[in-house]
Design a protein around this ligand. Structure first.
Ligand SMILES: *Cc1c(COP(=O)(O)O)cnc(C)c1O
Length: 376
């Protein structure tokens, strides 16, 4: 938690549950990433947190944006981003959204299938297109499975088609899975991309861009490698496979850019047990799965907690949200422990919750309002 957030919580004690996010930390993260990968252009993955102050600050810093929908594109434009600095990175787009984006000047689109490429050829003529390939998501705590990307062979064929259909076959993208804790995942993926570049060169198509995607991790309960380690691994693999003929490089960080810039402040609603001698207490908070903590599904992302009693005797807990839905249980199997002194009415903080929280909140499930947001 940054000192600015600590001071804000102390001085204003905003109503819970809420997210307090330090926009200066977003700037620090942007600069750290630029320092780790000076040759890469940064396309912030807007879906991680589309808060207007974040988009505004990143625009001022010269960042570009990876948008998942026409609505996100509009948010970027409203924040002052120029259309040439926005990539429409979702491989699943309605025709109406492609048309709106194209009319607004967006000229860079992702795809991973022939039917989607056909849509782009028809409604975004001449645009730069890049094909997303399937890669291993091993080592990622929030893997993206097989939903996005296609096999390499198909990517090659589609890039040939792209040119035949009047599009600009620009490059290849991948995503190694979110909260990727191993640098090797990028190295393996880069090797695959390089082989596609080589094959297509033989077909007379010179690709110009490698989109390295997102995945760069944030520290939650466990240590993760520093961003410099990812930068070194990526540059090492790029020079190994492309030599002096480096293509343009893009990165699409989401979590890394905003995760550790935000803290959720919540209230303990109830501390109870299921039997008199049960050592495990149930701690119910006023935020849960439906209040924005969607990434606790399967206990995938393990947030760290701060309480007013830190440093005193702890005991095992199950942590749950406030709704009348049994899936609204956050952590049951991940060996969480919280102070024995914790009681209803205490305020607790969930550390590094700036990414993938605000927009995941349900509208009004059980009558609970979406998470309040404070950008400072
Ligand atoms: C979600 C997403 C990202 C951001 O991923 P992080 O793991 O948050 O860095 C980047 N690119 C694409 C295409 C995405 O869908």
């Amino acid at each position: 938690m940054t000192s600015k957030i600590a001071a804000y919580l102390r001085d204003f004690a905003p109503a819970t549950p809420c997210l307090v996010l330090d926009v200066d930390r977003v700037e620090t993260n942007y600069r750290r990433l630029k320092a780790a990968l000076p040759l890469a252009r940064v396309y912030y993955a807007v879906k991680a947190n589309p808060g207007a102050p974040i988009l505004g600050r990143l625009t001022d810093l010269g960042s570009s944006f990876d948008a998942a929908s026409w609505e996100e594109i509009q948010m970027c434009l409203e924040a002052g981003a120029r259309p040439e600095n926005i990539s429409y990175g979702n491989t699943i787009k309605k025709v109406s959204a492609i048309q709106a984006a194209y009319a607004a000047g967006i000229r860079m689109f992702a795809f991973d299938s022939e039917p989607e490429l056909m849509k782009l050829a028809a409604h975004a003529p001449g645009a730069k297109v890049y094909c997303r390939i399937l890669v291993e998501n091993k080592g990622a705590e929030w893997p993206l499975s097989r939903k996005f990307g296609c096999e390499m062979e198909m990517a090659r064929d589609l890039m040939v088609l792209a040119r035949a259909w009047g599009l600009d076959p620009y490059g290849i993208s991948f995503h190694v899975g979110s909260q990727q804790t191993t640098t090797g995942a990028y190295e393996v993926a880069i090797a695959r991309v390089a082989s596609i570049f080589t094959d297509l060169k033989q077909a007379g198509i010179n690709l110009r861009m490698v989109n390295l995607g997102g995945g760069y991790p944030v520290r939650y309960r466990a240590e993760v490698p520093e961003i410099d380690a990812f930068g070194d691994a990526i540059m090492g693999a790029m020079t190994q496979h492309f030599g002096n003929d480096l293509p343009e490089m893009l990165v699409e960080p989401g979590r890394f850019m905003v995760g550790d810039a935000g803290v959720v402040s919540a209230e303990v609603v109830l501390v109870s047990t299921k039997a008199k001698d049960d050592p495990v207490r149930w701690v119910y908070l006023d935020i849960g799965r439906f209040g924005g903590l969607a990434e606790t599904e399967g206990e995938a992302i393990k947030y760290a907690f701060r309480t007013p009693h830190d440093g005193t005797v702890e005991g095992p807990v199950t942590i749950a949200g406030p709704t009348c839905d049994s899936t609204d249980t956050l952590y049951e199997k991940s060996n969480y422990r919280l102070p024995m002194a914790l009681e209803a009415g205490d305020r607790v903080e969930l550390i590094s919750t700036g990414a993938y929280v605000t927009t995941y909140a349900a509208q009004s499930f059980n009558g609970f309002k979406p998470l309040a947001e404070h950008y400072i």
